[in-house]
Design a protein around this ligand. Structure first.
Ligand SMILES: Nc1ncnc2c1ncn2[C@@H]1O[C@H](COP(=O)(O)OP(=O)(O)OP(=O)(O)O)[C@@H](O)[C@H]1O
Ligand SMILES: [Mg+2]
Length: 264
């Protein structure tokens, strides 16, 4: 297998300027198929901007993003999502007034193939597919341990479980690459530990690749096989958790300072 085929995501020379500010500057990194890669760095380092560039929310100023060997650099967000790249957000985005089940069920519908007339007339194909989507939503809730809360309104879930629900919604879109933006933000150590197991479990179960932004260093160091460190939009270092822990520049720019308690 060629080197290219082993990587699900290849980012090269990625640059994003906002006016005079280079939020991301000539960043290169790769995500191996099946890999879990960490993206870390101080507040404002450009981490979320990289997610916005990879998912097409922001237009790239310079550089390329390849997904499964094809350029997605100039594609629209819905095409990129369709190809199998989905994300969660630093600030939770759920349908707060819908139940846990409906949050997942609505996400499952984005992969529905029946037509509008078939849905309105409730034709057999619609009914068959609705049944399958319901089973899919139920199955996903079971995998992440939310099946007992299926009827709870999302905003009434404890914070840690809302973050978990956001991950299930992303999984409902059948991703091959999952981007998680501070999934453990606001979680206590126990919830963080459980989340780490969940991410490793869904990676194995769904044969995913994962790119995760996190400030909880314990989670990043134990979960990720490689870590990319950003500082002021520039890649400061890249390597295994041990490489990163021992890198004097990273310690000075980031690890030396006390980690924030959670996201914003
Ligand atoms: N739409 C925008 N317009 C202007 N500047 C932006 C925009 N989005 C991000 N920036 C700037 O780009 C820089 C990087 O922001 P980004 O949100 O990517 O940081 P981050 O590493 O995710 O930080 P945090 O850990 O606080 O979430 C910041 O200086 C930010 O103010
Ligand atoms: Mg961010």
């Amino acid at each position: 297998m060629s080197q290219e085929n082993e990587n699900i995501l290849e980012v090269q020379g990625l640059t994003k300027r906002f006016g005079g500010l280079a939020a991301v500057s000539e960043v290169d990194f790769k995500v191996r198929k099946g890999g879990i890669i960490g993206l870390i760095g101080p507040n404002g380092a450009g981490k979320t901007t990289i997610f916005n560039l990879v998912t097409g929310v922001y237009k790239v100023s310079e550089g390329t993003v390849n997904f499964e060997g094809k350029s997605i650099t100039d594609l629209e967000p819905y095409s990129i999502a369709d190809m199998g790249v989905t994300r969660t957000f630093q600030n939770i985005r759920l349908f707060k007034n819908l139940s846990v089940f409906d949050n997942v069920f609505t996400a499952c519908h984005l992969s529905a193939t029946y037509s509008l007339p078939e849905a309105i007339l409730r034709l057999p194909r619609f009914r068959r597919e609705e049944k399958l989507l319901k089973e899919k939503a139920q199955g996903l809730l079971e995998i992440v341990g939310l099946q007992d809360r299926a009827d709870v309104v999302a905003s009434n879930l404890p914070y840690g479980l809302q973050r978990r629900l956001e991950i299930v919604r992303a999984l409902a879109l059948d991703p091959r690459l999952l981007l998680l933006d501070e999934p453990a933000a606001g979680m206590n150590p126990d919830e963080t530990e459980q989340l780490m197991r969940l991410i490793a479990d869904v990676r194995d179960r769904f044969k995913l690749s994962v790119l995760v932004i996190e400030h909880h260093m314990d989670l990043v160091m134990r979960l990720c096989e490689r870590i990319v460190v950003l500082n002021f939009g520039i890649k400061l270092a890249e390597g295994s958790p041990d490489d990163i822990r021992g890198d004097a520049r990273v310690v000075e720019a980031y690890l030396g300072a006390p980690a924030p308690a959670g996201g914003k």
